[in-house]
Design a protein around this ligand. Structure first.
Ligand code: NAD
Length: 466
């Protein structure tokens, strides 16, 4: 549903309807929440083929990649939430100090109200629907504003979601920055935003006007620290995982994908050789013709990326790849060795198929390197050395730290997903999503028994000691 169709008046009416639905109490019932989660599950199962096609149309992902990162992940989350919902919704008794006697207390999870979810294009289904699963589980009414950069998925959600979900409680509103800006004028009970730090700042300022709480799932540069003290067969696995974490996750266009690698000088050429081998194994000799290799999302991002490697000093650091084809929005898997640290490729999130390798004298220096830059969303450390693991945990800060793999932290419902510092605030997945859309109300129940006089004026020194 586009705002042009809704007009500002109808938008107001739509939001009124959502607020009214929330006030009616309907979305608080566990049966409503379960029915909506089940309906979302049906939406995914009934429309799996069309969803995979829409993702392919917008982002060019192979159906296996699209199922793995979107449909599969969403089905897992829905099944988990349906299993756990009753436990999460139940009030939790809590202990009180003896001085409160006689009394009881509990923590009561209550929904926040009307929430809005802004999502980005790189995982066009899961980034819109995963937060929605949390919002529904917690009993809220919700608007989803998918990214205009993935128009097929956006339009698919706007057309098909109303056939499955309660349209008086959940609406999809399509549009770009102008519509988003209008939506941000409204008073929401929660804004859940996935996107760039630049727009994150706009969202947070708009939220401040109404004191609306925000979750900001942002991006940044996710480093890999590679300690090469592995056997040669282990190193092959390590480098395959790094290559997958760069080119196998939407071709670098992923917030938790590998941005750059830190490695000791003496191991750089071994690493480059193994990376080339992995690229060849994944995509064959002619990446340009390979259907498994995702293209750059649009011309704007193609130009942005191409500019990064046109910087002469950066171009000089290319040790593999570097070819581009604007018409096909193709950029070859590209490895760079020690591009200047002050160049844009090393100061901005790359979000594309370039992999800078930065060499250090010794791998322990990587903690200081990471610490001197904005806090990453994800940090990946490949090592068998327990001392190095402890050093990285204690000396660096990031949304998550994963040892000996890439991106797997995203898949577990028992691990919160979110950033810290410039990579975002708030967290979600599994119970964390439920909590993110919930206010845990403190409920204290006292009686009129034992009414002790010292609590009341007039004051005297005896009452101070009491
Ligand atoms: P973006 O910030 O350009 O857009 C995100 C959303 O904001 C879209 O829905 C868009 O329509 C809306 N928007 C755009 N301009 C706006 C404005 N002026 N006011 C209000 N809303 C506006 O980001 P993107 O290009 O879609 O995604 C790429 C960025 O998102 C990268 O930085 C990436 O790291 C990050 N990201 C983070 C996660 C995560 O889970 N942490 C996931 C995916 C992407």
């Amino acid at each position: 549903m586009a705002l042009a169709e809704l007009g500002l008046g109808p938008l107001g009416d739509s939001l009124e309807e959502l607020r009214w639905t929330f006030e009616s109490g309907k979305t608080r019932s566990i049966s409503w929440r379960k029915a909506q989660l089940q309906a979302l599950l049906n939406f995914l199962r009934d429309n799996e083929e069309q969803i995979l096609e829409a993702i392919h149309e917008d982002v060019g992902k192979h159906r296996v990649e699209a199922f793995r990162d979107e449909v599969g992940v969403l089905i897992k989350s829905l099944t988990h939430n349906l299993d756990c919902l009753e436990k999460w919704v139940a009030p939790k008794k809590t202990k009180l100090p003896l001085a409160f006697f006689p009394a009881t207390a509990e923590l009561l999870p209550e929904p926040l109200g009307l929430v809005i979810i802004f999502s980005s294009w790189n995982f066009p289904m899961s980034l819109a629907l995963e937060p929605l699963i949390g919002a529904i589980s917690a009993g809220n009414t919700a608007v989803i504003k998918p990214s205009e950069i993935s128009p097929t998925c956006s339009s698919f959600l706007a057309t098909v979601i109303p056939r499955y979900l309660d349209n008086k409680a959940i609406k999809v509103i399509e549009g770009g920055a102008a519509i988003a800006a209008q939506l941000l004028e409204e008073k929401w009970d929660k804004i859940f935003f996935t996107g760039s730090p630049r727009v994150g700042r706009i969202v947070m300022s708009a939220a401040a006007k109404h004191l609306t709480p925000v979750t900001l799932e942002l991006g940044g540069k996710c480093p890999v620290v590679l300690d090469t003290r592995f056997s040669s067969s282990e190193m092959e696995v390590v480098v395959k995982r790094i290559a997958w974490g760069k080119w196998g996750l939407c071709n670098g266009q992923s917030c938790i994908g590998v941005d750059y690698v830190l490695v000791e000088e003496k191991s750089a050429f071994t690493l480059i050789g193994l990376l080339k081998k992995a690229i060849n194994k994944f995509y064959g000799k002619n990446t340009k013709e390979c259907n498994d290799y995702v293209r750059i999302i649009n011309e704007h991002h193609f130009e942005r990326l191409h500019k990064l490697i046109r910087d002469p000093e950066v171009a000089n650091s290319i040790v593999h790849g570097g070819s581009v084809d604007k018409e096909k929005l193709f950029i070859e898997p590209t490895i760079l060795l020690n591009p200047p640290l002050e160049s844009e490729i090393m100061t901005e999130e790359i979000f594309g198929p370039f992999l800078p390798i930065i060499t250090l004298k010794n791998i322990q220096q990587s903690a200081g390197f990471i610490k001197s830059r904005p806090k990453p969303l994800a940090l990946y450390v490949f090592t068998k050395d327990e001392t190095l693991k402890k050093l990285m945990i204690s000396q660096t800060s990031s949304g998550s730290i994963t040892f000996n793999d890439v991106a797997f932290q995203f898949l577990s419902d028992s691990l919160p997903f979110g950033g810290v510092g410039q990579s975002g605030m708030g967290r979600y997945h599994g119970k964390f999503s439920f909590d993110e859309f919930t206010h845990e109300k403190a409920v204290l129940r006292r009686t009129l028994l034992l009414d002790l006089e010292p609590r009341y004026p007039p004051w005297n020194d005896f009452k101070l000691k009491f």
